[in-house]
Design a protein around this ligand. Structure first.
Ligand SMILES: Cc1cc2nc3c(=O)[nH]c(=O)nc-3n(C[C@H](O)[C@H](O)[C@H](O)COP(=O)(O)OP(=O)(O)OC[C@H]3O[C@@H](n4cnc5c(N)ncnc54)[C@H](O)[C@@H]3O)c2cc1C
Length: 440
């Protein structure tokens, strides 16, 4: 029998707003439309919101998966005018005001697309097939299992070349994700590998950070880029600039200049592209792989379809003629503007203007960089600032407490124990020879 609350939801006669995607943008919309005269339906293929900026901490065994995720049902349960359905949206028919999902068709009056972005392999199918990526919790858990399995497997290899390959980690892309991952992997070498895999020589573990450009963190100031590079080098990460990956077969990465590197772990963090749904071709920008939207987030060529967050390309904001950065604050601010505008008459709506509050990235304990409006800072103060901002941005109080506790435990004792291989990662190719002898 249906509960009274849901009977009342079904009877609501407000305009139906379908929100596709419960990431930073979609969730912000839902939270701000709660209690307003709209009948809101949130659709997501996952049953939880994921705090992507901390995915790398799950991938490197610093945080458990549930501390950076929150179930949508918990969020919407107290909201009488909001419902959630877990489903994969496969297309839109704007002429009929219909969204097509794995579970059938749904009618909307207003559609908000907040499907975010996915990893961009720039058409390289071989790399896409073999490399690991970091856009979801399951991918983060794959990376975690993979490096733990590599450590265990390395113990069975007597051949030094195989052992080196097993412990050689290649991260492609010198943006915040690549830099943060490389720093966290270096901490793992310094703590876990050194203290708990006593039979292995920890210096055999190599961490390569590959970038085709000439500096890390291109969206940051040059000073912060240089500082991040210095921190990584101090931690023993090999940073390779001007190197363009052309292939990876599961054993060997090849570069444009003909050189190669043997490894069975490549993590691709070299770019993203919008998750654009079929059916809205007139609004699709093929070079940017995002939906063209006007200053009010409306998708070009549509009457009642909006796109916000990573999937939206807004060139109408004079300060950002190439579109806004694909970051959480831009997604949330677009959501806030859109909700305000939806409650106003058409001619009273205000165009979106992004307020850039700055950028920060962390490399390791007491090592972070921070840029705010021409001012930049590094070191311990920036690191504590990074911790504060990230903890406060998490969705639930429980998650904030868990993250804070885990970090306090980890960084004070270096005895973090979130290192369980619960769901082993199955490689497409394997280099572990079954008859290898145990290394002495
Ligand atoms: C590893 C990593 C680190 C990052 N670090 C930072 C950082 O430090 N600071 C920062 O500001 N930003 C960071 N970002 C970027 C930031 O996370 C994104 O800009 C932000 O998540 C965009 O929000 P969004 O709502 O547009 O999309 P998302 O948060 O990606 O949400 C999209 C949602 O849509 C759902 N979805 C997608 N397609 C479908 C479909 N067809 N049907 C149903 N549901 C669908 C997804 O399941 C997901 O829940 C990072 C991103 C990553 C991956």
């Amino acid at each position: 029998m249906k509960s009274q609350a849901k009977i009342e939801y079904d009877r609501l006669t407000y305009p139906t707003v379908i929100v596709i995607g419960g990431g930073f943008a979609g969730l912000e919309v839902v939270q701000r439309l709660a209690g307003k005269p709209f009948k809101v339906l949130l659709l997501d293929r996952q049953n939880h919101h994921c705090f992507q900026p901390l995915l790398y901490q799950v991938a490197t065994a610093s945080l458990s998966a549930d501390s950076i995720a929150h179930p949508f049902r918990r969020t919407v349960a107290p909201m009488p005018n909001v419902a959630f359905r877990m489903t994969n949206v496969v297309g839109v028919r704007p002429a009929d005001n219909v969204v097509v999902t794995d579970h059938g068709e749904l009618h909307y009056d207003i559609l908000i697309i907040a499907t975010g972005s996915t990893t961009n392999f720039f058409g390289n199918k071989q790399v896409e097939d073999q490399a690991m990526q970091l856009k979801s919790i399951s991918q983060a858990l794959d990376i975690r299992s993979d490096f733990l399995q590599d450590f265990e497997a390395a113990l069975y290899l007597s051949d030094e070349a195989h052992q080196r390959r097993q412990l050689n980690f290649v991260i492609v892309g010198g943006g915040p994700t690549g830099v943060e991952l490389a720093g966290a992997m270096a901490e793992i070498r310094m703590t876990v590998l050194k203290n708990e895999y006593l039979e292995l020589d920890s210096s055999q573990m190599m961490i390569h950070l590959i970038d085709s450009g000439d500096r890390l963190l291109k969206a940051f100031s040059e000073k912060s880029s240089a500082k991040a590079l210095r921190y990584l080098e101090e931690m023993g990460v090999k940073v390779n600039f001007g190197a363009r990956v052309t292939g990876y077969d599961g054993d060997r990465v090849t570069f444009l200049d003909g050189s190669h590197m043997d490894t069975n772990t490549v993590i691709w963090a070299a770019g993203v592209r919008g998750v654009c749904l079929p059916g809205l071709e007139q609004g699709f920008h093929p070079q940017a792989n995002r939906f063209n939207v006007d200053a009010f987030s409306k998708v070009q060529g549509t009457a009642n379809v909006y796109a916000i967050g990573d999937v939206a390309l807004m060139t109408a904001d004079p300060a950002w003629p190439k579109g806004h950065p694909q970051v959480a604050p831009a997604a949330m601010q677009q959501a806030q503007y859109l909700v305000k505008n939806l409650q106003r008459a058409e001619k009273e709506r205000t165009p979106f203007g992004y307020v850039d509050k700055g950028s920060m990235a962390t490399i390791g304990r007491y090592k972070a960089v921070l840029d705010v409006r021409g001012f930049h800072m590094g070191g311990a103060i920036a690191w504590f600032g990074w911790i504060f901002v990230h903890v406060m941005s998490l969705v639930s109080f429980r998650n904030r407490v868990m993250v804070l506790f885990n970090w306090a435990w980890k960084y004070m004792s270096w005895k973090n124990t979130i290192r369980l291989i619960i769901r082993p990662y199955l490689r497409k190719t394997t280099v572990v020879e079954p008859h290898s002898t145990v290394a002495s």
